[in-house]
Design a protein around this ligand. Structure first.
Ligand SMILES: [Zn+2]
Length: 404
């Protein structure tokens, strides 16, 4: 973010403070989730069905019962109750279909009662999700949230649907066309000018590489923050970045392709006046730490790793597993998922690895690991870049951190 944009943002924050609580509430009250008086059964039912994800068939049954009971003003069909749009504009792309709603339209429905000028910073998220277990069809939503209004739910700007990943530039083209104009000229709502700034692009590691058009994290030049080259370990088929001395990437270096190996495609994102490095934060503990280092270490300890003396005995595995289970009974409320037994490690979710890594591992591994392997002081190493490295746990007889 350049200085000019920062000053504009500061001005925006100041103008935002002029926005009264009532106006903010009125902005929120336009959402479907608002249940203001007088009592409106249709609206309440719609909210209830959305909140509890009631199926169309169940809503239809409930509506027929309520109509028989005398509530004849209710609609007969769930689609009328839920105000399902009759026409949804979906257009075909080369490898899928796209629905694009747009940022302007979303802002207009959020701030329909607005009567003052605003400056907004908008953060974006892109990610893919499978729709069915037995097919390759995926949804790739484009989500946007307004930094200054954290209570407002994220806007669904567009959705791509197709098999596998969408073609990058076709997927983001409508968004970029809208953003080019929106970031420069803003938009008008009720005669008030709304300035918009691009905040951050918050994605998980694979999606971030995809949107930026750069190589994946496991490529030799896959680090999105520095130019350090990785080292490939043939034996374990792993790419590792043992040195932390790479030159920091900058927006200018990115756009000038100073390290061509880092780039894969030319993303339309580069058409925007944004910082292609600093506005794409790389904090992704789920993939890097929980499903990355911690999972790999546990898999090596429980199932073994070819060429390394690291596998725990059956007795040791059982002991640690029992201890982890025991912790489940004393877990604080903010940990929602219990840790399963180590013999079902393959089915563990990221949150289970997180619980082990951050909370119970330090105690559970004390008995299982030797004194040299276990050193709580070095359990985490925070370096100047705020990246966490789990080191001591993986040394000595076990596979080393670098070769995992
Ligand atoms: Zn780096």
């Amino acid at each position: 973010m350049n200085k000019k944009a920062e000053t504009m943002y500061e001005n925006g924050v100041r103008s935002l403070s002029a926005l009264s609580e009532t106006q903010y509430e009125s902005a929120n009250n336009n959402s479907e989730t608002s249940l203001s008086t007088p009592f409106d059964l249709t609206k309440r039912l719609r909210f209830w069905a959305l909140q509890h994800r009631i199926t169309q068939a169940a809503i239809n049954d409930l509506l027929s019962i309520l109509i028989l009971a005398g509530f004849t003003f209710l609609p007969q069909d769930s689609r009328t109750l839920m105000q399902t749009p009759n026409i949804v504009k979906i257009y075909a792309l080369s490898a899928g279909k796209m629905w694009y709603h747009g940022i302007r339209k979303s802002l207009q429905s959020i701030f329909s009662n607005l009567n003052c000028e605003l400056t907004l910073r908008i953060d974006f998220n892109f990610d893919g999700m499978p729709l069915f277990k037995s097919s390759k069809v995926q949804f790739w939503p484009i989500l946007a949230s307004i930094r200054e209004f954290p209570k407002v739910l994220p806007m669904i700007v567009g959705i791509w649907c197709g098999e596998g990943k969408p073609p990058l530039n076709e997927y983001i083209r409508p968004l970029i066309s809208e953003l080019e104009d929106l970031l420069e000229n803003g938009t008008m709502i009720n005669g008030n000018h709304i300035k918009c700034h691009f905040g951050l692009c918050i994605c998980d590691t694979p999606a971030r590489s995809f949107i930026k058009g750069v190589v994946n994290f496991n490529h030799e030049y896959g680090c999105q923050k520095c130019m350090a080259g990785g080292e490939y370990y043939l034996q374990s088929h792993r790419m590792s970045f043992p040195k932390c001395d790479g030159i920091r990437r900058t927006d200018e270096m990115f756009r000038n392709r100073i390290q061509p190996q880092h780039h894969k495609d030319k993303s339309l994102m580069e058409k925007l006046n944004i910082d292609m490095v600093s506005q794409f934060p790389t904090s992704d503990p789920l993939h890097l730490l929980e499903l990355g280092v911690m999972k790999k270490l546990l898999v090596c300890w429980v199932y073994g790793a070819k060429g390394y003396r690291c596998k725990w005995s059956k007795q040791k595995t059982n002991d640690v597993s029992k201890l982890l289970e025991k912790f489940n009974k004393q877990m604080p409320n903010d940990i929602h998922r219990a840790i399963r037994k180590l013999d079902s490690l393959k089915y563990w979710k990221g949150v289970e690895f997180r619980t082990v890594l951050l909370y119970v591992g330090m105690v559970a591994f004390k008995e299982a690991l030797s004194i040299e392997e276990y050193d709580p002081v070095e359990y985490f190493q925070f370096d100047s870049n705020e990246y966490i490295q789990v080191r001591k746990l993986s040394t000595h007889d076990g596979p080393s951190f670098e070769t995992l």
